[in-house]
Design a protein around this ligand. Structure first.
Ligand code: BES
Ligand code: MN
Ligand code: ZN
Length: 500
């Protein structure tokens, strides 16, 4: 993917496109007046005649006035105060319209707009993120030609530094850009078809990332997991011709106990013997978006050289029906020693995550653990496709994640893990069943995972079943919750600096 060059010292030239806002209530904006003057009142005339629309999200192109001035892209912003949501929509409209003009150099003045509840830093983070994101194209070897043909041309973006120092502004832009590039990795891995990305393939991508970004990488194979007693994870993998992997990456930007990210990596979820219905089953290639998020976040954190210690762990399997697949009724022993009655082979995510959580805690002694998983269809019923489900055992951690979600516009909201729900996991034949019935399916999945957290280590679980990908004509991985997690880790790094 093309990487934008983002700068804050722009000298407009005739090859450029300048993006400016046009409001339907306030035509006294500095950038607009400047361009209007250069064009001897042409812009205000076009506005008056209704040939330029100030309606929110509408864009109009006006050619340069002379050889020294840029072409302009006017973005209508309407007349209401802008919220972060609207600001982002305007940036998206601007980035797409700019892309269509085939300009290589663009100056975007939209960050000078007043946006309620967003500071200068976040304005620049979102601007850099959205412009970099607009260059994303799904691109794998089998599609090389098609992807090249619609390759974007935009390569340089100038932004106002607002009231920040040059360094602060550049840092904000770097955060936005690294987040977008992390999302691009997450999206491409999510979008890869399951015949081109199996657990071993996921491990290969992790190895590549480790090499390019100087991370430690450990990969466990089936025999290693047998020795560790990961009976739960292995039961999910046993019906597939593709061998499982347990992938660990470590980024050491600081001393002390690490933060651990654990991501569900089911490269295809057929449901197993509890086979899913056929309609839409292709979308279960996205069941490794938690894993892809771990890789996207590790990449962004390494790019930003954040002063934190971070590990990423990925249990990677394929869930298939077969003569040697796990059956409903099977009882397995997890690495923790707890036994599990598999009542539904389609509740496989928790079966691989529980062993990954145990291993992560024993191997890395993390200060906190955050897992993300496309875990339950019930989460889509509860929260829809805009908001991720958030659960855990520690209010402070949950609040910090919620806040990072709001800042990054990648929001998550809390569901409770009360004891009463946990009781739904009772089994007559093992320490627990792997399902808790129809009611509160997202919560009982969270309760299941909670049983594998040792010594009350602060832990949070993000159910991203509704947010990790988009269905319909725009089908594809979304790159969420990379923005939430990168913002959380940036906040965490700042907090540690303040405490020093
Ligand atoms: N990967 C699915 C969850 C899922 C379903 C994500 C639909 C996105 C869209 C998960 O492995 C699963 O199958 N969960 C079951 C759990 C049930 C058997 C308790 C579900 O949600 O139906
Ligand atoms: Mn499943
Ligand atoms: Zn699944």
């Amino acid at each position: 993917m093309n990487t934008l060059t983002i700068s804050f010292d722009h000298k407009t030239s005739a090859t450029d496109l300048r993006i400016i806002a046009v409001s339907s209530s306030d035509v006294q904006q500095h950038e607009l007046i400047e361009q209007d003057t250069a064009r001897k009142g042409q812009l205000s005339q076009l506005l008056k005649e209704g040939l330029i629309s100030a309606k929110k999200g509408n864009t109009s192109l006006v050619a340069r006035a002379n050889s020294r001035s840029p072409n302009v892209l006017l973005v209508g912003i309407g007349d209401k105060p802008l919220t972060l949501r609207h600001y982002r929509e305007l940036l998206e409209a601007a980035a797409n319209a700019a892309q269509a003009t085939k300009h290589t150099q663009v100056e975007c003045t939209l960050p000078t707009l007043d946006v309620t509840d967003v500071d200068s830093t976040q304005k620049l983070v979102h601007a850099a993120l959205i412009f970099q994101n607009s260059l994303y194209r799904y691109d794998d070897a089998s599609r090389g030609k098609a992807a090249k043909e619609d390759a974007p041309l935009l390569n340089t973006l100038a932004l106002p530094k607002l009231d920040l120092s040059k360094e602060e502004a550049q840092q904000a832009a770097n955060q936005g850009q690294a987040t977008a590039l992390g999302m691009a990795l997450t999206r491409t891995l999510g979008n890869l078809p399951p015949n081109l990305l199996d657990p071993e393939g996921l491990a290969a991508h992790a190895k590549t990332l480790a090499k390019t970004h100087d991370l430690n990488c450990t990969i466990l194979k089936r025999a290693d997991m047998e020795n560790l007693g990961m009976g739960s994870l292995l039961a999910v993998a046993q019906g597939s011709a593709a061998a499982p992997r347990l992938i660990a990456l470590e980024y050491k930007g600081a001393k002390g106990k690490p933060i651990a990210l654990v991501g569900k990596g089911v490269t295809f979820d057929s449901g197993g013997i509890s086979l899913k219905p056929g309609a839409g089953m292709d979308e279960m290639k996205f069941d490794m978006c938690g894993a892809a998020t771990v890789l996207g976040v590790m990449q962004a954190v390494a790019e930003l050289k954040l002063p934190i210690h971070l590990v990423g762990v990925i249990p990677a399997v394929e869930n298939m029906p077969a003569g040697n697949a796990a059956r409903p009724g099977d009882v397995v022993t997890s690495m923790s020693g707890q036994t599990i009655e598999i009542l539904n082979t389609d509740a496989e995510g928790r079966l691989i995550l529980c062993d990954a959580l145990t291993w992560t805690q024993r191997e890395f002694k993390p200060a906190q653990i955050i897992d993300m998983a496309t875990l339950t269809g019930a989460c889509i019923i509860a929260l829809g496709n805009n908001t991720s489900g958030l659960m855990g055992n520690n209010d402070n951690l949950q609040l910090a994640l919620q806040k990072a979600g709001i800042m990054s516009y990648d929001r998550a909201w809390s569901l409770p893990l009360y004891d009463e729900y946990d009781e739904q996991l009772k089994s007559n034949f093992a320490d627990m069943g792997n399902i808790g019935g129809r009611e509160a399916g997202t919560i009982t999945a969270g309760c299941f995972l909670k049983r594998f957290i040792e010594n009350d280590t602060p832990w949070a679980h993000l159910d991203i079943a509704g947010t990790a990908w988009v269905s319909g004509t725009k089908k594809g991985a979304s790159g969420r919750p990379v923005p939430l997690l990168v913002q959380y880790l940036v906040n965490q790094a700042q907090k540690e600096k303040a405490e020093d």
